[in-house]
Ligand binder design. Structure first.
Ligand code: ATP
Length: 271
């Protein structure tokens, strides 16, 4: 198993419940989209899968390791095998794109190698190849604070592609991209998953992209799993139920005409 969650719940320190009774498992190489209304718990779930957040209930296994029973060294080693594209990428604005991409492997390198690479970027070819996968190789030496929001988001994706993790997590990885670039970027993530056998989990507001690029779709609502289905079984009725609190979807007959593969559907409240 790539990961297994059993009865996972999470209550934030302020008493806000973000997840409850979540049971999910994935095999290596699976591609899973998390969809659902704002506040449903998608980011929280990704943070638990990234061993960044310890649940308040249930059990978590990631890459055959129990992160919260592991000692500090094993936890660090586990985290180095997990790559996350964050909503707000933790990349220093003054870093050049090349250094930002190379920093994807910091967790796998010795301190000496890591310091050396930050001072004098080593693997220019590798960084260039990762940036090329998301169509931004011409910005190799650009400072991140001189990139557009969409370019910066693609640098964050390139960083995780360069890392080549076993578990690849992406929190709204294409939110700043136009439809063509969003497609290119998800294609690159899917291709990496296929090439390396990494499990790919992404949260997405654009349901059409979730259905197009992810064979398995998990619908989250108020911290619970409402459905966990092959993309082909995610019907307009299920989507209406998932987004009911946001006013649901267009009438079924209108929805049918905009459903994948010829779709550009985004749930109401997410436009
Ligand atoms: N640090 C925090 N402290 C308290 N409550 C939080 C915190 N982070 C998230 N929450 C709450 O947990 C719930 C789930 O939030 P989460 O960010 O996981 O949702 P989401 O589905 O990713 O939303 P979005 O689509 O808007 O990004 C929400 O009710 C949110 O208000």
């Amino acid at each position: 198993m790539s990961f297994a969650l059993e009865g996972v719940g999470l209550v934030h320190p302020n008493g806000q419940r973000a997840l409850e009774g979540v049971t999910l498992a994935a095999r290596p190489g699976e591609r899973i989209a998390f969809i659902g209304p704002s506040g449903a718990g998608k980011t929280t779930l990704l943070r638990i899968l990234g061993a960044a957040l310890r649940p308040s209930a249930g059990h978590v296994t990631l890459l055959d390791e129990s992160p919260w029973q592991a000692d500090a060294r094993r936890l660090r080693a586990l985290r180095a095998r997990i790559g996350t594209v964050h909503q707000q990428p933790p990349i220093a604005p003054r870093l050049r794109a090349v250094t930002a991409v190379l920093s994807g492997r910091l967790g796998q390198w010795s301190t000496l190698h890591a310091l050396g690479s930050l001072l004098r970027p080593g693997d220019l070819q590798g960084a260039h190849a990762a940036l090329a996968q998301v169509g931004i190789e011409d910005r190799l030496f650009e400072r991140c604070d001189r990139l557009s929001g969409g370019q910066f988001q693609r640098v964050a994706v390139a960083r995780v592609l360069y890392q080549r993790p076993d578990l690849l997590l992406a929190d709204e990885p294409v939110s700043a991209l136009d439809p063509t670039l969003a497609d290119t970027t998800l294609r690159a993530l899917a291709a990496q998953s296929e090439a390396t056998g990494a499990t790919l989990c992404a949260s997405l507001h654009a349901v059409d992209l979730a259905l197009r690029w992810f064979p398995r779709v998990v619908g989250l609502q108020a911290g619970r799993v409402l459905f966990d289905l092959p993309a082909g079984e995610v019907t307009p009725e299920r989507l209406s139920a998932l987004y009911a609190a946001e006013g649901g979807l267009p009438a079924a007959d209108e929805t049918a005409s905009v459903m994948p593969p010829a779709t550009a559907f985004v749930p109401s409240g997410c436009r």
